[in-house]
Design a binder for this molecule. Structure first.
Ligand SMILES: *Cc1c(COP(=O)(O)O)cnc(C)c1O
Length: 380
């Protein structure tokens, strides 16, 4: 059976975990945490990075930092993972769901402005499949209405946006705040894990406090204050050094991992092009302003029925492919709170998008086998 995903281990994970354990410091914010954070800050020009136990946690920190509360509205895409909305719902926000574009699953930037009201506080974006949203337009709208932009960059490590001046900027470095995931399904992993990036200076000091249970412990350990105590709200958002040690082994192999994923992505893309030309399927669109971090390879089928048949056909050939998000505006938890219109493109991707296996150890031979099987399915 070809699985949909297989977590890749670089071989150094247990070595670094052992190093962390032997050092005697296994709680959070130790040497490995600092190394990881510094790597991301220097490589991608994030102003301040804080490792978290998940992307969900990083989004919760973002919601606290924005002072979101009852009566506030937050604009969130409907075609995304639950956490993108949930983190803000927990703070009491009302979610205003936005639709995807017709040609790719990211939020349609042209639909954002009409959703803004006096109560809107923030816009949350998802760079789906690691492909950038149209950030110039979104940041301009946010600036005009004084809104905070949070990038859910869970899938977007090592991916970039080319701005209107031709400057290449890392995803996660453009919004005021951003959240990444190192869940085992992402490009680099630590089992569970995530990171908050703070790009707006005004949030930096408070982010460290919220991270460490509402205390100014981080300042104390830097010698900036002579005692530490309870100064704000927060939680225990920081991961242990064991997690950070694992992540460091992955970071060391980031280039290698990205190269391999890109190869697989490109093989799918060229191998399936003829099917797109013959209008059987659509392939992912990478806008001119976006790079591709090969987080995911998906195809768009012509109906829910056809997608279901293709999933079953591939499974009968020992290949596991999977659909993705269910429209959040129609979810069991939110549908009775949602007072907007049906979102046609969110539903479109819910029904038709199909993800193909993509992981480091997937062989070229198996990628070609998957392509062949898909071609056979459409020849029938
Ligand atoms: C994976 C993912 C998350 C959740 O990440 P966790 O680290 O599991 O909390 C959130 N948003 C998006 C878009 C994701 O892909």
């Amino acid at each position: 059976m070809i699985p949909f995903n297989k977590p890749y281990l670089t071989g150094k994970e247990t070595l670094y975990i052992e190093e962390a354990v032997r050092s005697g410091k296994i709680s959070g914010n130790g040497a490995f945490t600092k190394k990881c954070q510094q790597f991301f800050e220097e490589t991608y020009r994030f102003k301040k990075c804080l490792l978290t136990t998940s992307c969900t946690d990083a989004l919760e920190m973002a919601a606290i930092l924005c002072n979101i509360g009852p009566g506030d509205e937050v604009i969130v895409p409907s075609y995304t993972f639950v956490s993108t909305a949930l983190a803000f719902v927990r703070q009491g926000a009302k979610i205003i769901f936005a639709d995807s574009s017709s040609d790719q699953p990211n939020i349609d930037e042209n639909l954002i402005e009409p959703l803004i009201t006096q109560k809107t506080k923030a816009i949350v974006l998802v760079h789906y499949a690691g492909v950038a949203c149209n950030m110039d337009i979104i940041m301009e709208i946010a600036g005009k209405h004084n809104l905070i932009v949070i990038e859910d960059a869970a899938q977007a490590i090592d991916s970039f946006y080319v701005d209107k001046n031709g400057k290449k900027r890392a995803l996660g470095s453009i919004g005021h705040l951003a959240a990444f995931s190192f869940h085992e399904t992402k490009n680099i992993i630590s089992g569970e894990g995530g990171m908050l990036c703070v790009n707006d200076e005004r949030f930096i000091k408070r982010s460290e406090i919220i991270w460490e249970k509402g205390t100014n412990r981080a300042e104390f350990f830097r010698g900036e204050v002579n005692k530490y105590g309870w100064v704000d709200t927060g939680s225990s958002f920081l991961p242990s050094e064991i997690i950070a040690a694992f992540l460091w082994a992955q970071i060391e192999n980031l280039d290698n991992i990205q190269k391999k994923r890109a190869q697989i992505w490109n093989t799918y893309n060229s191998g399936l092009r003829l099917l797109e030309e013959n209008r059987f399927i659509f392939l992912p669109k990478i806008p001119e302003y976006a790079t591709n971090n090969a987080h995911m390879f998906y195809i768009i089928c012509s109906s829910l029925k056809e997608r279901t048949e293709l999933i079953n056909f591939l499974r009968s050939n020992n290949i596991l492919s999977v659909f993705h998000y269910l429209s959040l505006y129609k979810s069991e938890f939110y549908q009775n709170k949602y007072d907007g219109k049906p979102l046609q493109y969110s539903d479109f991707y819910e029904d038709r998008l199909l993800r193909l296996p993509l992981y480091y150890e997937l062989s070229e031979e198996n990628v070609n086998l998957i392509i062949e099987k898909i071609k056979i399915f459409f020849q029938k």
